[in-house]
Ligand binder design. Structure first.
Ligand code: TRP
Ligand code: ZN
Length: 880
């Protein structure tokens, strides 16, 4: 068995590039079977480097010509070692001309130049550019690009690349050309081209400085009725970046192109963002409220990269979170500002906390745990993770919490002032924040270098005589691969104190009143005590308000205290959190009871707390929905000593059905009270009502009650949110109408790929769907493993979203996983490696189950022909 990891790259080995590239001229003669790529690079020796040779990277390329300063190079003039070409003893000034031939139609990896539904697209981040031509394909090599595209005019009427269109015209043999020039220096990972039969929605838009820019959203012909929301989101993004950060669009033209085959969400190529159709196409008939929110966030995200990522980029891929963490933070703030209300903001914050706990905390506690700025990797594609993105965004948010909004903005301004058109590091960002505010942020660096989720333990003491309240905070962080011991982090812990009536108590420290009823304590040592004076009654502490740091808070709350917080906390995140704690302690008890064959009971206290929030009309529907949502099975698993997936599922189902039964009347009343008749709007208020109403429907379905309501909603629905929620309730509630509804739904939306993805995903995650059913669905004519959205909708939804079935005790789920990982790896290693991670947490299971999971991992690992992507994941999963 092979367990060695191929070629690890280390951050400490960074060397500046030997040559800088000033200009890049690219020519593409596009043909699906045989595309000719010609490049001319003007390069100069980098004074900051001691190396004397040119280094170029290349994937599977047929090299047909290579000339240096006009002279053809022979095999003796250069060395090729795997994917690295070295040209020794080159002069200081070089013009390098290269011609390669590639076959886009054979490219199933969707990395580099590929064909999707007959059209050409590129994906170059992180290292896809090298699959088209030999190039110093690293982000610290920034150059000015001119691109000539040539293709058949009938088949590919639209030819797009970065920047401005400077020329277009006819060619012999029915071909045509377009020449594009990008006025800004950029790294190769931001290059893009599209050659396709597409149509666009377009509009001119006036920037704050009075300049008019052309905005376009390009899609396939039949989808022009689904581009409005993406266009609106783009305009909102442009405005918001101007208003909140003083950042303007620097181009005359900004394009979004949607493609059905795409490995991730979207890509921020300069002036030519390429998007997964999932994050562009929407109308009420086909898209849910969640889809709309996703489009707004991703359109914003890619647009915001224009400054955080493109104008200022990463020195090397270890710095990925410099652009991703910051840009996720920016898109989070954008989405929150678009809602505008405090309670709306709070719900978006709660959603962020849910994602972090659901996905990032497990990652950080597993074999792939890595710091926000990793020290090493085998395959960079494996490091586009929730840690780099979501924890990275939390790290950026903590600057804002520590420095205040104004201080953070000063730091951002200084960052752009110092580093515009440069490739920089996370340390440069931290230095800008520190210098702009005159703050020492040296210790803060540990958020970048140390992996693992810190635990903050809180202990409190009230002195009724001195009227003082002490909070003692101590921090620790579990060992992670390669990091046995951790140093203390700089942790902002926002706290408030609640009085007996649920009011916020005024805060006094060292005789001075704090201006606000929330105070940020800065925990920098292993253990620290903070004292509040003049506390006239024993308070209930509200700790880690607004989730002020990505940590686990350990405090021995009593149920009474939690109910007090759940009913009154002015901090909505902690109000929600109190409910989650109440639910979690019960879910863990119920799980244990299932495992041990005990009886299952749910106390009235909990039910009444749920009833109270359900009926509290002073709260937005959106908040009531998140407050009533139970922790997921994954989250319960993370909190369990030993994971018993079937017991967890049964415990949670028991709780859901108990809520459905005991609150039946109130749930029905809320369903009636939260109808949204009239024209559909995806705004937060309407979406919140639908969310609450559909959760009520789901609770009833969990108790197998009132399924007629779901049936009627399914038949009458005028939008996808209601239609799909109703379908979900029918399937989960095992309605006799479920099969009919699934068939109708399929027929109604057969031509809508994104809706068919939902159809597969719903079935894959249904409690009754076992591995046999999944195999059957794979035989359906609409299933296609080569399309990542489709593979995710069926295979990932089952392996990650249906634990009780996937972890079936007979190991059938793992055998299936082995097969699918190996099958996908032959086609698309990036997607395969993500599926491979479904077994990350195998060591947390019961011993027999561990054995089955380990042997599945070993079986994949024993396959001789694995990609580096999958090899890295399974090797790390198996390592001690
Ligand atoms: N940079 C992109 C983003 O965050 C995501 C991305 C990275 C990507 N690598 C990719 C997208 C590979 C598609 C394929 O928005
Ligand atoms: Zn991004």
């Amino acid at each position: 068995m092979r367990t060695d990891i191929p070629q690890t790259i280390y951050r400490k080995d960074y060397l500046p590039p030997a040559y800088l590239v000033e200009t890049v001229e690219l020519g593409f003669d596009l043909d699906p079977a045989r595309t000719i790529v010609a490049s001319r690079l003007t390069m100069t020796r980098n004074p900051a480097s001691k190396q004397k040779h040119i280094e170029l990277y290349g994937g599977e390329l047929e090299l047909v010509a290579l000339r240096l300063n006009g002279r053809a190079l022979t095999r003796r003039d250069y060395e090729i070692n795997g994917h690295l070409m070295r040209i020794p003893n080159a002069p200081d000034e070089v013009v390098l001309e290269i011609e390669t031939i590639i076959s886009p139609e054979k490219n199933t990896t969707l990395n580099g130049l590929y064909v999707s539904n007959g059209n050409f697209f590129t994906q170059c981040e992180a290292e896809g550019f090298r699959n088209m031509t030999w190039f110093p394909d690293r982000p610290d090599v920034m150059a000015r690009y001119t691109v000539m595209l040539r293709a058949d005019k009938q088949k590919y009427p639209v030819l797009l690349s970065n920047g401005n269109l400077v020329e277009e015209g006819e060619l012999p043999d029915g071909r045509h050309y377009a020449k594009w020039e990008d006025p800004f220096k950029k790294p190769s990972y931001l290059f893009a081209l599209v050659a396709a039969r597409l149509v666009c929605q377009e509009e001119t838009f006036r920037l704050a400085d009075g300049r008019d820019v052309l905005l376009q959203v390009w899609v396939e012909e039949g989808n022009l009725d689904k581009t409005d929301y993406a266009m609106q989101s783009l305009k909102n993004s442009i405005r918001w970046d101007e208003e909140r950060w003083g950042l303007e669009l620097d181009l005359d033209r900004f394009m979004i192109v949607a493609v059905g085959d795409f490995n991730m969400g979207a890509m921020e190529n300069k002036g030519l963002n390429i998007f997964n159709t999932k994050f562009v196409l929407a109308n009420p008939r086909v898209a849910t409220d969640i889809d709309y929110a996703g489009i707004e966030a991703v359109v914003g995200h890619e647009y915001f990269h224009n400054w955080t990522g493109n104008r200022v980029t990463c020195r090397d891929w270890f710095q990925l979170s410099l652009k991703e963490g910051l840009t996720v933070f920016r898109d989070q703030e954008f989405s929150a500002d678009m809602i505008g209300t405090d309670s709306g903001r709070a719900v978006t914050r709660i959603d962020q906390v849910r994602t972090l706990r659901q996905a990032q905390f497990p990652e950080d506690a597993g074999p792939m745990s890595h710091p926000v700025r990793p020290d090493s990797f085998v395959e960079i594609n494996n490091f586009y993770t929730v840690t780099v993105y979501e924890k990275g965004a939390e790290v950026v948010r903590m600057y804002q919490t520590l420095l205040g909004r104004e201080g953070f903005r000063k730091g951002m301004d200084l960052y752009f002032q110092r580093h515009d058109e440069q490739a920089v590091t996370c340390d440069d960002f931290r230095a800008a924040m520190a210098d702009a505010n005159g703050r020492d942020l040296a210790q803060f660096e540990r958020w970048y270098s140390q992996a693992g989720t810190p635990v903050v333990k809180a202990e409190t003491r009230y002195d009724p005589v001195k009227k003082s309240f002490e909070i003692t905070l101590s921090q620790s962080c579990p060992a992670t691969p390669g990091q046995p011991k951790k140093q203390p982090f700089h942790i902002p812990v926002a706290v408030g104190l609640l009085g007996a009536k649920g009011n916020d108590l005024p805060l006094t420290v060292n005789g001075k009143t704090v201006g606000s009823t929330t105070m940020v304590l800065e925990l920098t040592k292993a253990r620290q005590t903070f004292k509040f004076d003049g506390v006239l009654e024993e308070p209930v502490p509200s700790l880690l308000r607004d989730f002020s740091a990505p940590v686990v808070l350990d405090y021995a709350y009593t149920d009474d205290q939690l109910i007090h917080l759940f009913n009154h906390d002015s901090d909505a995140v902690n109000r929600w959190e109190a409910g989650q704690r109440l639910a979690m302690s019960r879910l863990l008890r119920l799980t244990k009871a299932v495992s041990e064959g005990g009886t299952l009971v749910l106390d009235e206290t909990f039910i009444e707390a749920m009833r109270k929030v359900l009926l509290d009309e002073s709260l937005d529907a959106a908040f009531r929905e998140v407050a009533l949502l139970l922790p997921s099975e994954t989250l319960i698993a993370e909190q369990s000593e030993v994971v018993d997936p079937q017991a967890i599922h049964m415990a949670r189902q028991f709780m859901r059905s108990a809520i459905g039964r005991k609150l039946q009347k109130d749930l029905i009343a809320q369903i009636n009270a939260n109808q949204t008749p009239g024209e559909y709007s995806p705004d937060a208020i309407a979406a919140g009502k639908r969310g609450l109403k559909n959760l009520c429907l789901a609770y009833l379905a969990a108790a197998f009650l009132n399924l007629d309501l779901a049936e009627r909603q399914f038949d009458k629905a005028t939008n996808m949110t209601d239609r799909f929620s109703a379908l979900t309730s029918l399937v989960h509630g095992e309605s006799s109408e479920a099969e009919r509804a699934l068939d109708t739904f399929y027929k109604d939306f057969e031509g809508e790929a994104l809706v068919i993805d939902k159809w597969f995903a719903l079935q894959a995650s249904a409690p009754r769907t076992d591995v046999h059913k999944v195999r059957e669905l794979m035989q359906h004519k609409a299933f296609n493993i080569r399309n990542p959205n489709r593979a995710r909708s069926l295979l990932f939804s089952f392996c990650n979203g249906n634990p009780a079935q996937f972890d079936a005790p007979d190991g059938s789920g793992y055998a299936f996983w082995t097969e699918q990982v190996l099958a996908l790896d032959k086609l698309n290693p990036q997607v395969a490696a993500r599926l491979a991670r479904a077994l990350d947490r195998w060591r947390r299971y019961m011993p027999e189950q561990q054995d089955r999971m380990r042997s599945a991992l070993e079986q994949v690992s024993a396959s001789g022909k694995l990609s580096n992507d999958v090899r890295e994941v399974v090797t790390k999963a198996l390592a001690n």
